[in-house]
Design a binder for this molecule. Structure first.
Ligand SMILES: Cc1ncc(COP(=O)(O)O)c(C=O)c1O
Length: 400
């Protein structure tokens, strides 16, 4: 099957669907006149076999309360096995989405005033989850080296010790950079956290979109001892474009951690999937789903190639960080703009593109300054349109 057969190169209008990416343009960019390439969902169709499963359930006229059937748990167990992650049904807890999961974890494993560690640049809710729960955000920024992020393990451990960190919110693969962590790195993080009694919450929502030869390793799959200290969060929401269905689950093998987590979920009455989330997850987490995902990854790889070639030719000063996973690309404009305000102004008003502002990923360490994140989960005509707009905006670049 080529991406053509999968409709991955067909532009689809999302008008009238209340898509956040489109409808919030005026609020976020001050104008509706931008091509939106920000919110991390796809302007590509959810796979037909998932849509068919939902359609077929609609043939029954009653949409009453459902309990979660074993088949949903089994689909997760089988799906995670592709990552050599052996999951048991009793380890799974559902939430309404993955962000729910780490918000619950912050409440479950820390008290107000406790320190929670993050590694900016990072998906912004990693910063707001502790903040909104009156916890203290401790930042151990990733190190930018040769257009690639590395972990400073000494600084990471020092941040834990100096601040008596209780919880580490980990993003694996990493958003916004698309970095896939190596086994050696995962082991080192796990060892440090174990040594200092820091619980790891590992958000693995991007784990099914990894480009070979990179390989996703769930940190909890490394050993029973490591798993004992980890809460893994995941969802088919990103890979299969199901964000609007609200799907999230946690895998927690340590009974004490699971009990603490579940208690908070129950207190907030968030411990189940809705009917369509159950159906979509079960349809997506299949062999057909794997095959479709592989096609999707080829499509994204092509888009990333196109973007890289374009920037190398038209804007060689911009550094494109090639993601090892997912469809988000982190762009470094440091050599092109003196300030983030100028960069934003040029992108919004001259190139007419709506990208994610790097600063929102940065926290106090400002690790996202000079960056923008672009979402390449689009049909190629849309990508070409975006690149055309950038090219046309060249003449209005600030004079050097
Ligand atoms: C790392 C990460 N976690 C969680 C989410 C949000 O997932 P959900 O919609 O399931 O809350 C995203 C979305 O971009 C993400 O990148």
């Amino acid at each position: 099957m080529s991406s053509k057969d999968n409709n991955l190169n067909q532009s689809i209008s999302r008008a009238g669907t209340h898509a956040e990416k489109y409808d919030l343009r005026k609020t976020v960019f001050g104008t509706d006149d931008v091509l939106p390439m920000w919110v991390a969902d796809m302007d590509l169709p959810t796979p037909p076999f998932v849509l068919n499963a939902i359609h077929s359930r609609l043939n029954h006229p009653i949409l009453g309360y459902t309990h979660t059937p074993d088949s949903v748990y089994q689909a997760i167990i089988d799906w995670q096995a592709q990552h050599n992650y052996q999951v048991q049904q009793s380890h799974i807890v559902f939430t309404h989405n993955v962000a729910n999961g780490f918000f619950m974890a912050v409440s479950a494993f820390t008290q107000p005033g406790d320190a929670v560690l993050v590694q900016p640049p990072i998906y912004p809710p990693f910063l707001s989850a502790p903040q909104q729960n009156n916890r203290v955000v401790i930042e151990s920024p990733l190190i930018l080296s040769e257009n690639h992020y590395e972990i400073d393990f000494d600084a990471f451990e020092k941040a834990i010790v100096d601040n008596s960190v209780k919880l580490f919110l980990f993003c694996s693969p990493q958003n916004p950079s698309g970095r896939v962590w190596l086994e050696t790195e995962l082991r080192q993080l796990a060892d440090i956290c174990q040594k200092h009694n820091v619980i790891i919450v590992s958000d693995e929502i991007h784990s099914d979109m990894v480009y070979a030869p990179n390989k996703h390793i769930p940190i909890a799959s490394l050993s029973e001892e490591i798993a004992n200290n980890v809460v893994t969060l995941s969802s088919p929401g990103k890979t299969f474009n199901l964000g609007g269905l609200q799907i999230g689950y946690a895998i927690i093998s340590n009974p004490k951690l699971k009990a603490d987590y579940l208690k908070i979920c129950k207190q907030n009455s968030i411990d189940s999937l809705n009917l369509f989330a159950q159906i979509a997850l079960t349809a997506a987490y299949t062999e057909q789903g794997k095959q479709w995902r592989n096609e999707l990854l080829s499509h994204f790889s092509e888009n990333i190639d196109i973007l890289e070639t374009f920037f190398a030719k038209e804007f060689p000063k911009v550094r494109v960080m090639r993601p090892q996973a997912s469809y988000l690309v982190w762009l470094d404009f440091k050599e092109m703009f003196a300030s983030q305000a100028e960069l934003k102004d040029w992108l919004i008003h001259k190139a007419k593109l709506g990208l994610n502002d790097g600063e929102s990923f940065g926290g106090e360490s400002q690790a996202g300054a000079n960056f923008m994140r672009i979402n390449l989960a689009v049909a190629q005509p849309v990508l070409n349109q975006a690149l055309q707009q950038l090219k046309q905006a060249k003449h209005s670049l600030p004079v050097e």
